[in-house]
Design a protein around this ligand. Structure first.
Ligand code: NAD
Ligand code: UDP
Length: 326
């Protein structure tokens, strides 16, 4: 990745102590920007920022995005909004915080962006397509979402945030960008996070049964975190507001993913089947034609390579403790 310094900026990153946010902060600092990191540490880990805390261009603020921004935050000329729990296992235990983080958080940051004249990039999600009836999912597809089910706090929260971004853009001229991120994985997923890649790797490395929900024939498309971060940077720097799908179009069943992880870890764990959670989407795969055409972006890291790097990370983390997955 080209880390040459472009225009040095003051960049606010919310959700900075999370999985994607911590990688993004690292990349922004490497490019010579000043980074103001905000996180309430609900699903984040301050340890993810250990390497950055001594950097002179980096400050960390433990703060909720639903609160009124501080005057210091108004110094930002770019804002990346990643503050929101992303793991279904977690957000379904905290639906109120989840919907408020998405909706009230987006509103606070839009007001801030308007006041500061800053550009705001919002991380939306493939979940706006719900359990899609159209495959692969193109940005023009409106989605198939349960408005009041187990996943609605997340799906509808993100959909409302998109609507609010467009409203502020159209009526008030706020400079916005929207990325619809598909399942992203890599080092710094928390071992107890509950998402499928971390669950399967932790289970395989600990010799526990791999928990397949449903029959395991549902599909997801997994994008390595470095590829996702590169797309966010291109979207922020480019002229197109989106929404733009950010994902890897390789589509895999959960059974195939489990078998790949067993092979790559050399684990002798067994597969066990558990009930499929409510409203779990059956198929998911991005159409990335828009990202290719408008950003010149496509993923570079193959799933096996990305999984190898992620497994190495988890070997280090688990060397010291044993983890029960969510
Ligand atoms: P994560 O849970 O690891 O990170 C989210 C971070 O936001 C955490 O550090 C958490 O403490 C913080 N946070 C949550 N609510 C907050 C609030 N109200 N105020 C301040 N901080 C708050 O998740 P992630 O995978 O890094 O996802 C980052 C963003 O990208 C999220 O907005 C998510 O919806 C979006 N996204 C991620 C994926 C993915 O596969 N990783 C896919 C689609 C969209
Ligand atoms: N899943 C699974 N076993 C697990 C965790 C998840 O089979 O231990 C399945 C889950 O039911 C879903 C897919 O893996 O079909 C992806 O789940 P994840 O929570 O990672 O993200 P989602 O794409 O559902 O938001």
């Amino acid at each position: 990745m080209n880390d040459a310094i472009d225009t040095p900026r003051t960049i606010l990153v919310t959700g900075a102590a999370g999985f994607v946010g911590s990688h993004l902060c690292e990349r922004l600092l490497a490019r010579g920007h000043r980074v103001m990191a905000v996180d309430n540490l609900s699903t984040g880990d301050i340890g993810h920022l250990d390497q950055l805390l001594g950097h002179k261009g980096f400050t960390f603020h433990r703060r909720d995005v639903c609160l009124e921004p501080t005057p210091e935050m108004a110094q930002a000329d770019r804002i990346f909004n990643l503050a929101c729990p992303a793991s279904p296992a977690y957000y379904q235990t905290a639906p109120v915080d989840t919907v408020l983080s998405s909706v009230l958080g987006a509103w606070r940051l839009l007001e801030l962006a308007q006041q500061a004249g800053a550009r705001l990039l919002h991380t939306s999600t493939s979940e706006v397509y719900g359990d899609p009836e159209c495959h692969p999912q193109h940005e023009d597809y409106w989605g198939h979402v349960n408005p009041n089910g187990a996943r609605s706090c997340y799906d509808e929260g993100k959909r409302c945030a998109e609507a609010m971004l467009m409203a502020y853009h159209q009526e008030r001229g706020v400079d916005v960008r929207m990325a619809r991120i598909f399942n992203t994985y890599g080092p710094r997923l928390r071992p107890g996070d509950g998402r499928v890649v971390s669950n399967f790797i932790v289970q395989a490395l600990q010799g526990d049964d791999l928990t397949i929900y449903g029959d395991g024939m549902q599909t997801r498309s997994f994008c390595y975190v470095d590829d996702t971060v590169r797309a966010l940077l291109l979207l922020m720097d480019g002229a197109h507001l989106g929404p733009i799908n950010v994902g890897n179009p390789g589509e895999h069943t959960m059974l195939a993913l489990a078998e790949m992880i067993l092979r790559l870890t050399g684990s002798r764990s067994r597969l066990v089947f558990r009930p499929l959670p409510q409203d779990d989407p059956k198929r998911r795969c991005p159409d990335i034609g828009r990202a290719k055409a408008l950003l010149g972006w496509e993923p570079e890291v193959a799933l096996e390579d990305g999984l190898r790097r992620t497994i190495e990370h988890f070997r280090g983390v688990l060397g010291m403790r044993s983890v029960t997955v969510a």
